[in-house]
Design a protein around this ligand. Structure first.
Ligand SMILES: NC(=O)c1ccc[n+]([C@@H]2O[C@H](COP(=O)([O-])OP(=O)(O)OC[C@H]3O[C@@H](n4cnc5c(N)ncnc54)[C@H](OP(=O)(O)O)[C@@H]3O)[C@@H](O)[C@H]2O)c1
Length: 311
């Protein structure tokens, strides 16, 4: 495993974290192929393999993800960094305090290491949310603050209103098929000592090479997503073919080439979700090699020209 710091703080985090949306959401197979026993095994194995950064949210499985994570981390709490998120419907001052209290209970801990705003809410002033975050920080209930899905002007506005709590990250959709964040957000975050926490780093399984237009996932999360539409899949197949040749060259899986490309960017932490121990292991092993500069540039160029249709 490789490590970096959480934003400008002196807090060590693994460059591959564990995304925990999969724990508790039936759309990801919760209650079928995935259950609490397996989720806890995945959490323990993640820790054994060097992962110390775990990402969840109050909304995942309506609290189930946090509860399962809390159980999984019980014996190792002090050795890990827990990141959770407050929902956009809970961004009023009192609601933030209450949501945090509920998350702490479910996570079975007295502090959240990184408390993130899941999505902006354009109807609630960021100043009000910032005041609540400062209060939680002063009480020691949160150790740092993050945003998620925030454009630069909103990050600036939020940062301006935070008086004591450190703002250390922006969690964004970022992978080889989705690089919009590189235009402005990533640059801003790097200049301001914030980590980029890359969610959907495998484009929800697409960047493993296992899906195609004749094999599209049927769950409600993915079946209507632009990436999985035929016209886009045809374009993505070109990228996957190039990734496959690199996969042969490096003797690594397509997923590992994709994750390695991502974490080769400065200040970037990838948080793939895993539904099996095999997926987890494969994802962790994506950081034990280095893409050559020319291969890195080559994939970057191919993926830059994807020109997907989102409308
Ligand atoms: N902040 C936000 O708004 C936001 C939004 C989305 C996600 N997130 C966070 O980011 C995490 C990851 O994002 P994500 O779950 O959307 O997408 P992802 O990590 O790109 O994809 C995860 C899915 O890909 C498949 N997979 C994972 N590793 C694999 C491997 N080695 N080989 C084959 N298949 C593999 C699994 O699904 P199948 O086996 O079913 O294909 C898994 O559920 C989430 O758990 C959550 O913590 C945050």
């Amino acid at each position: 495993m490789k490590y970096t710091t959480l934003g400008y703080l002196d807090v060590k985090v693994s460059v591959i974290g564990l995304g925990c949306w999969q724990f508790g959401d039936p759309n990801w197979g919760w209650g079928k192929e995935l259950n609490e026993e397996l989720a806890i095994k995945i959490i323990h194995e993640a820790y054994n393999l060097g992962i110390n950064f775990f990402d969840t949210a109050e909304i995942y499985g309506d609290g189930v993800s946090e509860t399962v994570l809390g159980k999984g981390l019980k014996e190792i709490r002090d050795n890990v960094v827990i990141a959770t998120k407050v929902s956009p419907s809970h961004l009023r001052y009192k609601d933030v305090l209450k949501a945090c209290e509920n998350s702490l209970k479910r996570l079975n801990t007295d502090r959240i290491d990184l408390y993130q705003i899941h999505w902006p809410n354009f109807y609630i002033p960021l100043k009000e949310t910032a005041q609540a975050m400062d209060e939680l920080y002063k009480q020691g209930k949160i150790k740092a603050v993050g945003v998620s899905n925030f454009p630069v002007p909103m990050i600036k506005e939020f940062k301006k209103n935070l008086k004591v709590a450190p703002l250390v990250s922006n969690q964004v959709q970022y992978n080889l098929v989705e690089r919009l964040v590189e235009k402005e957000i990533a640059k801003y975050c790097r200049r301001n000592g914030m980590s980029i926490i890359a969610y959907s780093p495998l484009a929800q399984g697409l960047l493993t090479g296992k899906y195609s237009s004749s094999n599209i996932p049927t769950d409600a999360i993915r079946r209507n997503k632009a990436w999985f539409r035929k016209e886009n899949l045809d374009k993505i197949m070109n990228l996957l073919r190039e990734l496959e040749s690199l996969s042969n060259k490096y003797n690594k899986k397509i997923s590992q080439i994709s994750l390695n490309w991502l974490i080769s960017h400065p200040n970037t932490i990838a948080i793939p979700g895993a539904k099996t121990l095999e997926q987890l292991k494969e994802n962790v092993e994506s950081c034990d090699f280095e893409l050559s500069k020319s291969d890195f540039k080559y994939i970057s160029r191919i993926s830059e020209n994807l020109d997907l249709d989102y409308f």
